[in-house]
Design a protein around this ligand. Structure first.
Ligand code: PEP
Ligand code: MN
Length: 339
């Protein structure tokens, strides 16, 4: 961290600040320029609050040299993290597709979709039991019984299940029943929830907030990792922009950028990005070409009667056709498709 002092600051004020930093365990290098001094702090500055230092009336500017995230930072962990779930894996050259309906609606629905997406090559089954809906009058998900239907679909297919957790009160239930715990876009900065899932042993799929910067998103992963759970998968799902044609705007740049900043795997959700079934295919292929480690795609056996997000759901037939293209493109990128 670099602290630039205001021109004309008295030496005794500089000494006072230097002594404060030293007391906190930092080494401080002092460079005296023309009219102003610059302090270079050496040590782990992640816990230092820039705003607190800026309050000092003799301080002109404070700049971080290092990113505020450590555990998620590629600088300190150059090799890709591989998140392993049973015989499946995501990251480090392993490409996985997670597919299934937006929400679990019935035993027949989830089991049928599970069998269909598995036959097409999906490695994981998705399906929300607890749904974050904009309107309190919309279908809120089946709740805990939905988890049991997911488990039945898992028993029928062997596919690990991915589903969203919205409240810390269900942490133990999810720890017991779920293979990958999804934290939704709306909860990306629910820090209490992040801390709680950080104490669990299950991998976390962390969706990007609707208007979160890359750094904010990675800092949320850092919250989970700081509690001990280092199995975090990042998920780009489209962000809010001025464009209203699509539900969200898929930020393709996030894939190479975040993979450069962090060693965590990045998967892409083209369904929530597009909000329209016919756009899922081009966005999915763009994500693979840009280096994504996986995809999460909504598939429904009867999109017209879906209780949630039917408009962006692929039929099993469309999903099957898309999987053939995804598989060919994954081969081209040199990654291995996990089934
Ligand atoms: C979902 O996956 O169904 C979902 C609600 O996603 P997001 O949190 O990205 O909106
Ligand atoms: Mn959905």
């Amino acid at each position: 961290m670099v602290v630039v002092m205001k021109p004309g600051t008295k030496q005794q004020e500089i000494d006072k600040l230097v002594a404060q930093f030293q007391l906190q365990g930092f080494q401080v290098g002092i460079t005296n320029g023309v009219g102003c001094s610059i302090l270079g702090l050496v040590g782990d500055t992640t816990t230092l609050d820039i705003n607190k230092i800026s309050i000092n009336e003799n301080v002109e500017r404070v700049m971080r040299v290092q990113e505020p995230y450590k555990k998620a930072n590629r600088k300190f962990h150059p090799e890709d993290t591989v998140v392993k779930i049973g015989s499946a894996a995501i990251g480090g050259g392993n490409f996985s597709v997670i597919a299934g309906p937006c929400s679990v609606e019935s035993r027949d629905q989830i089991t049928q979709v599970a069998k269909d997406v598995q036959a097409s090559g999906a490695a994981f089954l998705r399906g929300g039991a607890f749904k974050p809906r904009t309107s309190p009058y919309s279908f809120q998900g089946m709740g805990a019984p939905g988890l049991d239907l997911l488990l039945e679909a898992k028993a029928a297919t062997g596919m690990p299940i991915v589903t969203e957790l919205m409240s810390p009160k269900y942490c133990q239930l999810f720890e017991d029943k779920v293979d990958v715990i999804q934290i939704g876009a709306r909860n990306m900065q629910n820090f209490d929830l992040l801390k709680e899932v950080g104490k669990l042993s299950k991998p976390i799929l962390l969706k990007r907030g609707l208007s979160a910067s890359y750094e904010e998103w990675i800092m949320s992963a850092e919250y989970i990792m700081a509690e001990g759970n280092e199995n975090v998968i990042l998920c780009e799902r489209g962000i809010r922009t001025f464009e209203t044609y699509t539900r969200n705007t898929l930020d393709v740049s996030a894939i190479p950028a975040v993979k450069r900043m962090s060693h965590l795997p990045v998967v892409v959700d083209p369904s929530h990005s597009a909000g329209m079934y016919w756009m899922v295919e081009p966005l999915a292929l763009a994500a693979v070409a840009a280096g994504a480690d996986g995809l999460i795609i909504e598939v429904h056996n009867d999109p017209q009667s879906a209780k949630c997000d039917g408009q962006q759901s692929l039929t099993p037939e469309r999903f099957d056709a898309l999987m053939k293209k995804i598989s060919a493109l994954v081969d081209l990128t040199g990654k291995t498709m996990v089934k």
